[in-house]
Design a binder for this molecule. Sequence first.
Ligand code: ZN
Length: 148
Amino acid sequence: MLDLRSLYQEVIVDHNRQPRNFGRLPHPTHHAEGFNPLCGDAINLDLAIDNNTIDAISFDGHGCAISTASASLMTEILKGKTMQEAEKLFQLFHDALVNDHCDDIEALGKLQVLLGVKDYPARIKCATLAWHALHAALHHTQQPISTE
Ligand code: ZN
């Protein structure tokens, strides 16, 4: 029996201690900055997209354990995905967390662990920040985005 709650804790601690794809890309094709004023989380997201595929993705910034772990997991899952697949994951993850509804929970893969954050509603924006930055980057939004 999988203990989702302890798995949630474990994944957050692991990705916060050793964030994957942390840093900046030398030649990003897409970029966005995101802020979550409620918690003080800030993220820079870089993507290198070639032929509609995410070849490289990285982030830096500072934030709480949940925002860092969420960004780290996001970069892991998005590498090699097409822009459409990335948008679809954004929608699925956002719906699952914010609207408590998901059309395809299996598609979320490892991201399902992060749904444990639903037990802490004040932290949901920490978990979605990186994804809002992704959405902005894919749409070449020039202004930094804010969760507020
Ligand atoms: Zn936070």
